[in-house]
Design a binder for this molecule. Structure first.
Ligand code: PA5
Length: 423
């Protein structure tokens, strides 16, 4: 089970320490659905719901795609793509030859990027999974036009069998197109916001296509949410939420999420959206940033060690590496590295992690460690459920509605006006 270690922030806490009792009551409000935005807390029951409803269909669709296509093009932005990308890069950093390659488009407005993906697709057989809860988001809608046209050119009237739409159950432009055209459909439940939707078809279909065991993920998510509901001060979600709110109240307004696995990069992007969109409102909120260690220690390390003292670090670590690789011995020791010969890279990395932690704490950066199990389906599930739960608790502790995102509309209004969208 996931563990949170707060020893690296104790010296930065006030004598009273984090308010774990407040975390406990925020958790109660969340699970009793009596807080702000309670109608968007369906993610708590999502694993159980999906197991009863769509899981089999998702796996069947994924198997169909896996058996006939070399690639899946996933069209989506924000909560409609980051979780799936995070999962696939974490669990399948090197995509297997026997699995379709999963491409992500619709997450920006770069024609060069689209052209690059089309070039990589070449003549390969492919399917498209278009994902949009609203069905009206410009970036994915434009990309979908492009890839739908490519499918039609390639497969003619059979193109519709290569399109899978994940969207609202009853409304929206994408829903209406899918019904009219007869595309296979999956649902983003009404009470689940984009950034909490990774354990719905939004995340599960692309993951299953990449060969990830989504049934195991859902089973473990059900167990994890049940276990987390036990009221205990040891609850890692309370510890994390209370510690970060306490640090925020002490002037630490920036949280750096760091991990020593490069494959964690898009999980960190997913986490940034989860926390940024949930907490940054009403003029308050911890700014979520991410760093990839040790690479970023050679670029941002100076700032972390010695810049303004307004940031704390949350380091995600995995209990054991998936594989072993040890430093080779070299006769004559020309590069003076034989003192490490025979030691596993993961062992060298753990020492580096402890050294960085001590240096950053002594430089004035509070340190939280989130220890996950192995970097597999089990570890991924724990991280997702833990961060989602802690985010809801933390948002309620800070007094905001962690489930809305009114701020993201402002740019859209300007953009549509400037682009001349008809009223
Ligand atoms: O969390 C959110 O609500 C957003 O990030 C959305 O997921 C994102 O804007 C995409 O929206 P949609 O799925 O409606 O296209």
């Amino acid at each position: 089970m996931i563990k949170v270690d707060l020893t690296g922030c104790k010296s930065f806490f006030e004598a009273s320490g984090p308010d774990f009792a407040a975390a406990a009551s925020a958790h109660r409000v969340l699970s009793e659905k009596t807080g702000q935005g309670a109608d968007f807390t369906g993610w708590l029951e999502l694993p159980r719901l999906i197991k009863r409803t769509e899981l089999k269909g998702i796996i069947a669709a994924a198997n169909k795609i896996r058996s006939r296509s070399k690639a899946l093009v996933v069209v989506g932005i924000g909560g409609s793509y980051l979780g799936a990308r995070g999962a696939i890069e974490l669990l399948r950093p090197i995509q297997r030859a026997d699995s379709p390659h999963v491409y992500f488009v619709g997450n920006g407005l770069s024609g060069d990027y689209i052209n690059g993906i089309i070039e990589q697709l070449g003549d390969d057989d492919f399917d498209v999974n278009v994902i949009s809860k609203s069905g009206t988001t410009l970036e994915p809608a434009l990309s979908f036009r492009v890839f739908r046209a490519l499918l039609e050119k390639k497969y003619g009237s059979n193109a519709k069998r290569h399109i899978f739409a994940t969207t609202d159950a009853n409304r929206g432009v994408l829903h209406d197109m899918a019904v009219a055209e007869g595309w296979e459909r999956f649902v983003i439940p009404d009470d689940v916001g984009g950034r909490y939707s990774v354990l719905s078809a939004v995340g599960l279909l692309p993951m299953a296509v990449a060969g990830i065991d989504v049934a195991a993920i859902i089973d473990h998510a059900i167990e994890f949410f049940q276990a987390m509901d036990l009221r205990s001060p040891e609850n890692p979600a309370w510890q994390y939420a209370a510690a970060r709110q306490h640090l925020y109240s002490r002037g630490y307004g920036i949280e750096l999420l760091a991990c020593y696995e490069p494959s964690f990069r898009f999980m960190a992007e997913w986490w940034k959206q989860l926390y940024g969109e949930s907490e940054g409102k009403n003029g308050i909120g911890i700014f979520p940033a991410s760093l990839e260690y040790t690479a970023d220690l050679h670029s941002m390390g100076q700032y972390v060690q010695d810049g303004p003292r307004n940031m704390f670090e949350t380091v995600v670590s995995f209990s054991e590496p998936l594989t072993k690789y040890s430093v080779p011995f070299r006769m004559g020791d020309p590069d003076k590295l034989n003192y490490l010969a025979g030691r596993d890279f993961s062992d060298v990395c753990s020492v580096a992690r402890e050294a960085v932690k001590a240096a950053h704490i002594s430089g004035g950066v509070p340190n939280i460690v989130v220890s996950a199990p192995r970097r597999d389906e089990y570890g991924f599930t724990e991280l997702v459920c833990f961060f989602e739960l802690a985010c809801g608790i933390s948002g309620y502790m800070s007094g905001v509605n962690p489930f809305n995102q009114p701020g993201v509309e402002a740019y859209k209004k300007n953009m549509f006006k400037m682009l001349g969208k008809p009223e």
